[in-house]
Write a protein that binds this ligand. Structure first.
Ligand code: IPM
Ligand code: MG
Length: 356
């Protein structure tokens, strides 16, 4: 097949990890006989520097035309002064909104070879395999913002339609997995959460009677995620709770650097990015873990291009590389040698099927 991908390296370690993701994408494409075109575009802080806009219109147009978007990370101290009016993060939120990618899938799967890389005990982690479906284009991230000398306001709004569609995405996913859905909210305090719980329950009752639904309050969920993570299958939650809980959950797998994501809308086009940030403290050192991005490439192949075998080939190559001992500094055991970003990419590439 022929496909075109818009590539947004962004800031900090973004371009470094995206380079490894692209090498795996090209290698997989070659061995399965696909033609994949790439356009690299300015995005985030670097685009503020070059265009005065974190999402220049040429970048947005190219993303709208592409089959999928591969993104690194954005942000950094240079653009985060408290009084800055233009911020890299605004570009990311606008991109998500303009592309209509309201469902953010963030899987967390613990590899047996990495149970010792986590800060949690191995017996808690064995067999953990869950996926978050984070609502991505609504809630407090997108509500009205106000600021005056003595106060600041961020409005949180959800509509029935927004809750219905995200519930359906999560429920369909649960039907292909272990038929269990956990909806996380703060319905003892927030009106948006009471609506969330009500709508989610109604959709599940009417359309997905084969999926078991449970509601958990967000504070309790934060605790249960590290107390009994194996019990979760699919988790659906609103934008900000999803942002917070997925960083927490990534530590089950051993490192934030291992977690991929897919942001999907109603069509095939999606945005694929590791869940980590631009990590300015390690940028340029060549030591960032590229696995989150490489696994995001696998999700891109599966969800936007419909190439399941190719996606699995990349996921298997990552597992094999890790099983054979390949470790970047974030997951290396004390006293062991850590690989650079590039060497980790090499370790995965070496385990992809040979050119067909
Ligand atoms: C994420 C990030 C973003 C978010 C930031 C960079 C705006 O933390 O994708 O999880 O909060 O959505
Ligand atoms: Mg986040």
């Amino acid at each position: 097949m022929k496909a075109h991908i818009a590539v947004l390296g962004g800031d900090g370690i973004g371009p470094e990890v995206v380079a490894e993701g692209l090498r795996c994408l090209h290698a997989a494409a070659k061995s399965f006989g696909h033609e994949i075109g790439i356009t690299e575009l300015p995005f985030g802080g670097v685009a503020i520097d070059s265009h005065g806009d974190p999402l220049p219109s040429e970048t947005l147009q190219a993303c709208l035309k592409a089959d999928a978007v591969l993104l690194g990370a954005i942000g950094g101290p240079k653009w985060s002064a408290p009084d800055a009016t233009v911020r890299p993060e605004q570009g990311l939120l606008k991109l998500r909104k303009e592309l209509g990618v309201y469902a953010n899938l963030r899987p967390v799967k613990v590899l047996p070879a990495l149970v010792d890389a986590s800060t949690l005990k191995p017996q808690i982690l064995e067999g953990v395999d869950l996926v978050f479906v984070r609502e991505l284009t609504g809630g407090i991230y997108f509500g009205e913002k106000k600021r005056d000398a003595n106060s600041a306001t961020d409005v949180c709004t959800y509509t029935v339609a927004e809750i219905e569609r995200i519930t359906r995405v999560a429920a369909r996913l649960a039907q292909r997995r272990r038929h269990k859905l956990t909806s996380i909210d703060k319905s003892n305090v927030l009106e948006t959460s009471r609506l969330w719980r009500e709508v989610c329950a109604r959709v599940m009752r009417a359309e997905f009677p084969d999926v078991a639904l449970e509601h958990v309050l967000v504070d309790a969920a934060a605790m249960h995620l590290i107390r009994r993570p194996r019990d979760f299958d699919v988790i659906v939650t609103e934008n900000m709770f999803g942002d917070i809980l997925t960083d927490e959950a990534s530590m089950l797998a051993g490192s934030l650097g291992l977690s991929p994501s897919a942001s999907l809308g109603d069509g095939k086009r999606g945005v694929y990015e590791p869940i980590h940030g631009s990590a300015p403290d390690i940028a340029g050192k060549g030591i960032a873990n590229p696995v989150g991005t490489i696994l995001s490439v696998a999700m891109l192949l599966r969800h936007s291009l419909g190439l399941d075998a190719e996606a699995e080939a990349i996921e298997n190559a990552v597992t094999l590389a890790i099983e054979s001992g390949a470790r970047t500094p974030d997951i290396v055991a004390q006293g062991e040698r850590a690989l650079s970003t590039r060497e980790m990419g090499d370790a995965v590439l070496a385990r992809l099927p040979a050119r067909g």
